[in-house]
Ligand binder design. Structure first.
Ligand SMILES: [Zn+2]
Ligand SMILES: [Zn+2]
Length: 318
């Protein structure tokens, strides 16, 4: 049986050698027969999804666990494993990148300012367990923000979340610049799929409110993925969680079958599937995922769909 392993590691130094990390990953995967996955290495650390045999993954985790411990990583790296199928990744790709998740893109000045001049990982940011995060949501004392992209939020999100509706993670910067000054609750509670995006998004938010500090920033440790393990009936999460390991969208284990929060972009019927592989429903202009129900897919001409951003505004101009 194949297993999928997912984890990220932000190096405490923030100054690793990406080439060395890349080589380490290639050698380790080769030695353990792990031939599928996507691994990003950068001076920040590692962000990986790999698929291999149960024994291969077990040995991989043991090796990396020791490596991260030696580096003085706190809190310890969270290794998430799940059953998987081979063929989902089309081989093993190891990429050297500037960031583990692209938030600042080419804005290196802002990146330096945020990462080196923010009380990062200090009192400004708290990591909350799923149970603790649930309590915070229930208390109503926090502004809850879904750090993920619009196409992820539109099929599932936490109750009463602020939805930035970004196309890509780097759009979160301009959203946060406008939004942070308007937050009026004592706590800002942030969540994403597995936690990797929140680390950087929270550092940005902390930096943006440095003039008027006082708000507590809480991030959901392990993301919605870990939250749904703690709350298999869904808890405060409604709908499905889009994941990037070939499984598509996953529903909470004990969710109601009727719990669909997405809508077909053409007829507004309840719908929360983007399709699979090559058959995914995408905007024909910008390739963004769009929700199109089975009925509308049948009737659409040449399966050509237009997303909200490319569609209405363009039509209005013409
Ligand atoms: Zn439809
Ligand atoms: Zn589009």
């Amino acid at each position: 049986m194949q297993q999928v392993l997912l984890y990220f590691w932000y190096a405490p130094s923030g100054a690793e050698d990406p080439k060395a990390l890349g080589l380490q990953q290639r050698n380790l995967c080769q030695a353990l027969g792990i031939a599928e996955g996507r691994i990003r290495v950068s001076s920040e650390g590692i962000n990986a999804t790999v698929c291999g045999s149960q024994e291969g993954i077990r040995q991989y985790v043991a090796t990396m666990h020791d490596f991260f411990e030696e580096k003085g990583t706190q809190p310890p790296v969270d290794f998430k494993t799940s059953a998987g199928v081979s063929g989902a990744f089309e081989g093993l790709v190891i990429r050297e990148c500037a960031e583990l998740v692209t938030l600042f893109a080419h804005n290196t000045i802002l990146r330096e300012k945020v990462l080196f001049h923010t009380p990062y990982l200090s009192k400004a940011i708290t990591h909350a367990s799923p149970e603790k995060f649930h309590e915070i949501l229930k208390s109503g004392k926090a502004t809850v923000v879904d750090v993920r992209n619009g196409y992820e939020s539109s099929i599932g999100t936490m109750r009463n979340s602020v939805i930035p509706n970004t196309r890509q993670f780097s759009d979160f910067v301009s959203f946060a610049e406008k939004w942070v000054p308007t937050c009026d609750k004592a706590t800002i509670a942030m969540f994403c799929t597995g936690g990797v995006r929140c680390e950087r998004a929270a550092a940005l938010v902390a930096n943006l409110q440095r003039e008027t500090p006082g708000k507590e920033i809480v991030i959901l440790q392990g993301g919605v993925a870990r939250y749904l393990e703690a709350f298999p009936e869904g808890g405060e999460f409604m709908g499905k969680l889009l994941v990037f390991d070939g499984r598509g969208a996953i529903a909470p284990e004990k969710a109601q079958a009727t719990d669909i929060i997405g809508h077909c972009s053409l007829c507004a019927a309840a719908w929360d599937e983007y399709g699979h592989g090559e058959e995914k429903t995408r905007c024909s202009k910008c390739r963004q995922l769009v929700l199109v129900c089975a009925e509308c897919q049948k009737s659409a001409e040449k399966k050509s769909y237009i997303c909200q951003q490319c569609g209405p505004s363009k039509r209005e101009r013409e």
